[in-house]
Design a protein around this ligand. Structure first.
Ligand code: UDP
Length: 380
């Protein structure tokens, strides 16, 4: 092997010293889907030294996403336990990430969105005077108790953050209204749009789609904590919809939460027009979504993904922090009452022009370059 000159090794070590140590901390599936594109982008940059710390707030769902994107965690805080409460997660993340931060002493810690992992990690950084970069900053319902505890988490993270990466101008406005300095807010688009460019393929095939030929697929998910009490009523609406429309197929990945699984099995388990399945991998999810006629969900991320894929969304919540889609008419709030959900889905299934109008609008959530923009700012 050729020996390199001492000058170049000197230059190399100087470069190594100039690297910025960026620790990325997260714990759930949606955070992983939105942070993996950023991790991959940062790993390509010479100036970045990347460390990944997962809390495993959601264990199985998270692992699948990391495997799909080929991301390896340097630290796993292993906080998940059966029947975990918000107290458990907050306390364990706060205490365990402290050790990681003390050992790594990163230049900046990246957190995402509104989870309890993100909140506790940013609080730990605040205590240790480590700069926080908040990805997907500025989303607000303006109701501190809804979604719970996410609206509190995202507002609290904003208080600790040095960099606020807002996906849209309206998120930026929310932050400005709270007194955040405009110089620290960067409108980048949402990193989930970056993820879609690596996951969606025209050649995708899946057994779930075998029974869907000639049918209109409605992609369905529901598992928000605040919707569990209404879930049975919501699922009865689905039952009535497939009775009325034999050309419709619901694909419903059921969340592993036993309270969700039990009611889904009981109400829809024997229903021909509904395919219940285990949570899908991110490739399966995005590709089935891309082939759907409509999305019916209480999820946040699916509202952005569906908008980017031109699929209309009915949101089974009373309020949403993704207001841009509502303003443009790509998505609509339908609440959690079964009869309202039934009526609104019928309206779209009976009116193809309405469906067309909802799917033709521009996508407000980004152009697929958010990870690049965030990396550029972090590595200045
Ligand atoms: N998702 C997935 N498999 C599924 C259902 C959803 O990979 O079976 C993805 C989906 O594409 C989206 C995210 O999980 O990116 C949404 O997760 P969730 O609804 O749990 O969280 P939220 O977006 O509301 O924070």
């Amino acid at each position: 092997m050729k020996k390199r000159s001492s000058q170049s090794s000197e230059t190399r070590s100087k470069q190594a010293i100039e690297k910025k140590k960026i620790l990325i901390a997260f714990g759930t599936r949606p955070e992983a889907i939105k942070l993996c594109p950023l991790i991959k982008e940062l790993e390509k940059r010479e100036k970045a030294q990347v460390r990944v710390c997962i809390s495993s707030q959601h264990k199985e769902l998270l692992r699948g996403v990391l495997d799909d994107f080929g991301v390896r965690a340097d630290y796993d805080l292993g906080v998940m336990s059966t029947s975990q409460t918000l107290f458990d997660v907050t306390e364990r993340v706060l205490e365990r990430i402290r050790e990681v931060l003390s050992r790594e002493m990163p230049d900046v810690v990246v957190v995402h969105g509104d989870t309890t992992t993100a909140f506790a990690a940013s609080l730990a950084c605040f205590y240790m005077n480590i700069p926080v970069a908040h990805v997907e900053a500025g989303l607000r319902t303006k109701n501190i108790r809804s979604p719970f505890p996410e609206e509190f988490n995202r507002r609290a993270i904003a208080l600790t953050a040095r960099y606020h990466f807002a996906p849209t101008m309206s998120a930026r406005q929310n932050l400005l209204r709270e007194g955040i300095d405009g110089e620290n807010i960067f409108v980048t688009g949402n990193t989930v749009i970056d993820a879609l460019s690596t996951t969606v393929s025209p050649h995708f095939a899946h057994p779930l789609l075998d029974g869907a030929i000639g049918k209109r697929i409605i992609f369905f998910t529901a598992h928000r904590r605040e919707n569990i009490c209404s879930l049975e009523d919501m699922l009865r609406a689905v039952f009535r919809l497939v009775e009325k429309y034999p050309d419709v197929l619901f694909i419903y990945p059921v969340h592993p939460n036993p309270r969700v699984r039990d009611v889904a099995e009981r109400v829809l388990g024997r229903c021909d027009g509904v395919k219940l399945c285990s949570p899908l991998g991110v490739y399966e999810c995005h590709n089935i979504l891309a082939r759907s006629y409509l999305v019916l969900t209480d999820s946040g991320g699916l509202q952005e993904e569906a908008a980017a894929l031109g699929v209309p969304v009915l949101v089974m919540r009373d309020e949403t922090e993704r207001c841009d889609g509502i303003k443009l008419g790509i998505s609509a709030l339908v609440g959690t009452k079964g009869h309202k959900i039934f009526e609104k889905v019928c309206e779209i299934l009976d009116n193809s022009e309405l469906r067309e109008r909802m799917s033709c609008s521009e996508n407000p959530y980004g152009d697929g370059n958010a990870s690049k923009a965030i990396s550029d700012v972090l590595l200045i």
